[in-house]
Design a protein around this ligand. Structure first.
Ligand code: HEM
Ligand code: HEM
Length: 370
């Protein structure tokens, strides 16, 4: 399926690598010098949220292969430096994946990802400095486990970003990259929460909070599978799919992980029945998520101190379901201009990330020691 060069490829000339690395080092030093651990954690979480949505925007605007190599763009620091290569590729395939605007979208995503990586390294340094200071004062040590885990996840996520490109949008890799981005957001939200004085909730809420988080993670995975397989148009109407409640579907083919984009495991084009199953599963599971989260929200609204987070989850859930329905409506109708489809689908990704962050906060409070 893959050539070793696609896995190990590295393309950036030394001068440009020095500028890129030097800028990140400068940003890291500034962050460690001027920001507290709490500010650093909050800033990194907010930028990571933006990066996740930016990633979806890159994917939805078909700009994922805007620069077909890694980490540079045709071996250079920016699309401006690679202009002649980009123009040559575009003249060979005018409707292909390479153009200057697409290359810029892809590279801005990579620069922002490097910034997140640099901020996580800065966070680790900050925690190490605090640890030394606290040890000198004889105070209890502050924990380093989570910042170390964050470093590991961001490195892995960078590698998945690379393979997203070099393995030409292999669906399992792109979905893994989406989940890696959301795992990073989950861990950063936990770490940021740990930097604030948070009131614990009653332990009776633990099972509901954890189950709600698991349901949303499953729904996000199903959503990522819809988008990375381009299965959205397979059910182009609402509330039915191909005018039926139960259209013809092929689940085994749909959920085969190890296959290239648009193909089944034997290299044949993915069937309409498989695409339908991918889309249908995401729609139906949305019902399960909706019912369970509504029940959880009602519980939260009755618990003192948790009304605000309950309201937040309820509101984002309603917006998220509306956005999902609008994505399908926008595809199937001529009422919404094409220009609207992309921001709506990107907002659907942002809604998922926000829902995940809110449920992470709820779980932190549910599992925090009183
Ligand atoms: C902290 C690091 C990173 C995070 C959190 C992140 C996050 C994301 C997310 C959430 C998506 C959307 C996936 C989807 O909608 O299904 C995405 C897309 C993408 N990312 Fe990243 N990313 C990171 C690093 C990188 C790096 C280093 C590259 C380097 C090449 C990269 C390349 C891409 C590409 C090409 C896409 C579009 C995939 C497509 O067109 O299907 N990412 N990213
Ligand atoms: C809590 C409910 C929901 C969550 C958490 C959720 C989450 C997601 C996520 C994470 C994606 C992938 C976005 C990306 O790759 O960037 C997605 C895609 C999608 N979702 Fe949902 N979704 C929900 C409900 C719905 C509903 C009710 C519908 C419509 C009936 C829907 C229709 C779609 C479609 C059509 C896509 C593919 C978009 C594209 O590729 O252009 N979703 N969803």
């Amino acid at each position: 399926m893959t050539s070793p060069s696609a896995l190990w490829q590295f393309s950036l000339n030394y001068g440009h690598a020095l500028i890129w690395g030097g800028s990140l080092l400068f940003l890291m030093i500034m962050a460690v010098s001027f920001l507290t651990t709490r500010q650093l954690a909050l800033l990194t979480t907010v930028i990571t949220f933006g990066l996740v949505v930016l990633g979806a925007y890159v994917r939805l605007s078909d700009a994922g292969l805007g620069c077909p190599d890694w980490p540079g763009c045709y071996g250079a620091l920016s699309p401006e430096h690679a202009k002649s290569d980009i123009t040559a590729a575009q003249s060979l395939a005018p409707d292909g994946p390479v153009s200057l605007p697409k290359a810029w979208k892809e590279m801005v995503h990579r620069y922002t990802a490097s910034l997140v990586g640099a901020l996580i390294v800065a966070l680790l340094f900050r925690v190490l400095l605090n640890r030394r200071r606290l040890r000198d004062l004889g105070a209890p040590e502050c924990r380093i486990g989570l910042p170390l885990l964050l470093l590991g996840v961001v490195v892995l996520q960078g590698l998945f970003g690379k393979w997203t490109v070099t393995l030409k949008l292999y669906p399992a890799v792109v979905t893994g990259h989406l989940l890696g981005g959301l795992l990073l957001l989950f861990l950063l939200t936990l770490y940021t929460m740990s930097q604030f004085r948070v009131r614990a909730t009653t332990p009776t809420l633990r099972p509901a909070a954890l189950f709600a988080l698991l349901l949303v993670v499953t729904q996000i995975t199903l959503g990522g599978w819809v988008s990375t397989n381009h299965a959205a148009p397979a059910c182009g109407e609402l509330p039915l799919c191909q005018q039926q409640l139960l259209p013809p579907m092929e689940f085994a083919e749909a959920f085969q992980i190890n296959r290239a984009l648009g193909q089944n495991a034997s290299g044949q084009p993915l069937s309409l029945q498989a695409l339908t199953a991918i889309h249908w599963a995401h729609r139906m599971f949305a019902l399960v998520v909706f019912v369970f989260l509504c029940a959880t929200v009602l519980k939260l609204l009755r618990s003192p101190g948790l009304r605000l987070i309950g309201l937040g989850i309820g509101l984002v859930l309603l917006i998220q379901i509306t956005l999902g329905l609008t994505v399908v409506y926008a595809m199937s109708s001529s009422h919404l201009h094409l220009d609207w489809q992309l921001p709506i689908a990107a907002a659907h990704n942002a809604g998922a990330a926000l829902l995940l962050a809110l449920l992470t906060m709820l779980n932190y409070r549910a599992f925090a020691k009183a």
